[in-house]
Design a protein around this ligand. Structure first.
Ligand SMILES: Cc1cc2nc3c(=O)[nH]c(=O)nc-3n(C[C@H](O)[C@H](O)[C@H](O)COP(=O)(O)OP(=O)(O)OC[C@H]3O[C@@H](n4cnc5c(N)ncnc54)[C@H](O)[C@@H]3O)c2cc1C
Length: 346
């Protein structure tokens, strides 16, 4: 049986971010497992809106790379012709290029293999692989996405919600904004329209509501939301989608994947693994209010949405936001969570 000090399962953004930071911290005995190779890997990592803010890159300690297009505004259209514009600073990335650039800075050994199951072995873990072999490690990072084997076997946690999301690539140029269309054909939810590569838009929504004309490529993937009660168990840490860290309102998960990879590496290398749990518990990015707002919002009809958003018909400002919270305290959490989520949750 192969042995290593730190094993990372999954070489998506959270996994390569962890591996990259472990290298920077001088951790030499690191193995990264990835079940997909080449074509399937690139296809898997292209079914997404691929929007990520400058702020998240900064927090994750990476320069933006693999950039397809800059974005400077989020535009949210509500029923009743109400539109909110939020200035932002970010980009649409080509994720396989970004992953490859981050991976180039790793000294870890990348192994093409599928983790089938995890068992405890003293203070360490044994990860069984699909070819019948296994790897023993002292420390384990679960970066294996929405259907994490590490989360299942070590934490026994089932995500609070699994949302099947369809993403289409359709012809169109957009206006450089990240556009969200709330309600209507997408009851209690929304459709997003992001600029993609030249002359194309990336259009997504929760499966089962709405449709998109002229789609030239379609993919579907599950988004998991609702962070487990614990994301650290002994020397095992969950990051990115394995920890269900994506924002439940704007579905931003790329930034959370990158930053959590960094935080996990720092916690493992410092010997104080618990600091990762403390970060997840305290950071506003993962506040439980987002999940509550998601649940309330998913029960809203168009009429309730337009009534709640009426105070912003002439545009959003902090003063209008505060006035709306005072006038409609029952929606205060939705106002607050939307503002923070769309501004800082991606
Ligand atoms: C349709 C859609 C659109 C989205 N749009 C956006 C967006 O615009 N902006 C944004 O910020 N977020 C977006 N997200 C969320 C974002 O894609 C995820 O939060 C992010 O991909 C999480 O990264 P990760 O590295 O944790 O997981 P993943 O990207 O899922 O990577 C996990 C890796 O682990 C590998 N793996 C899985 N199981 C095993 C195993 N058993 N053994 C070995 N390897 C394994 C997988 O092959 C994969 O390479 C979107 C999500 C969806 C579904």
């Amino acid at each position: 049986m192969r042995e290593c000090d730190i094993l990372v399962v999954g070489a998506g953004l959270s996994g390569v971010s962890a591996a990259n930071h472990l290298s920077r911290l001088g951790e030499e005995d690191v193995v990264v497992l990835e079940r997909l190779s080449d074509g399937p890997f690139n296809r898997y990592h292209r079914i997404c809106g691929e929007a990520v803010s400058d702020r998240m890159f900064n927090m994750a300690g990476f320069e933006p790379s693999g950039v397809i297009r800059r974005v400077d505004r989020i535009c949210i259209a509500f029923p009743g012709d109400i539109e909110i514009n939020i200035p932002v600073s970010g980009q649409i990335v080509d994720r396989p290029s970004l992953i490859s650039n981050i991976r180039d800075g790793c000294s870890a050994d990348f192994v093409h293999a599928t983790a089938r199951g995890v068992t405890r072995d003293g203070d360490g873990f044994i990860v069984g692989l699909s070819d019948g072999s296994s790897i023993r490690c002292n420390k384990l990072v679960g970066a294996d996405g929405a259907h994490s084997v590490v989360r299942r076997d070590v934490f026994g946690h089932v995500p609070q919600e699994v949302l099947p999301i369809v993403n289409n690539i359709v012809p169109g140029t957009g206006d450089g904004s990240l556009r969200f269309e709330v309600g209507g054909e997408y009851p209690g939810a929304y459709k997003w329209e992001f600029p993609s590569s030249d002359g194309m838009l990336s259009v997504g929504y929760i499966k089962g509501c709405g449709s998109v004309e002229g789609a030239v490529e379609t993919g579907a993937r599950n988004m998991v939301i609702g962070i487990p009660p614990s994301v650290v168990d002994g020397s095992c840490i969950l990051v990115g989608d394995a920890a269900c860290l994506a924002n439940p309102l704007c579905f931003g998960g790329i930034g959370a994947a990158l930053v959590s990879g960094r935080k996990a590496a720092e916690a493992l290398s410092s010997g104080d693994v618990g600091r990762y749990q403390r970060w997840v518990d305290r950071d506003l990015m993962f506040d439980p209010h987002f999940m509550e707002a998601h649940k309330s919002f998913s029960e809203w009809g168009d009429e309730e949405i337009s009534t709640a958003m009426e105070p912003f018909r002439k545009g959003y400002s902090l003063a209008r936001g505060l006035m709306a919270m005072i006038r409609h305290p029952k929606w205060a959490n939705i106002y607050f969570s939307c503002w923070i989520g769309f501004k800082r949750g991606w």
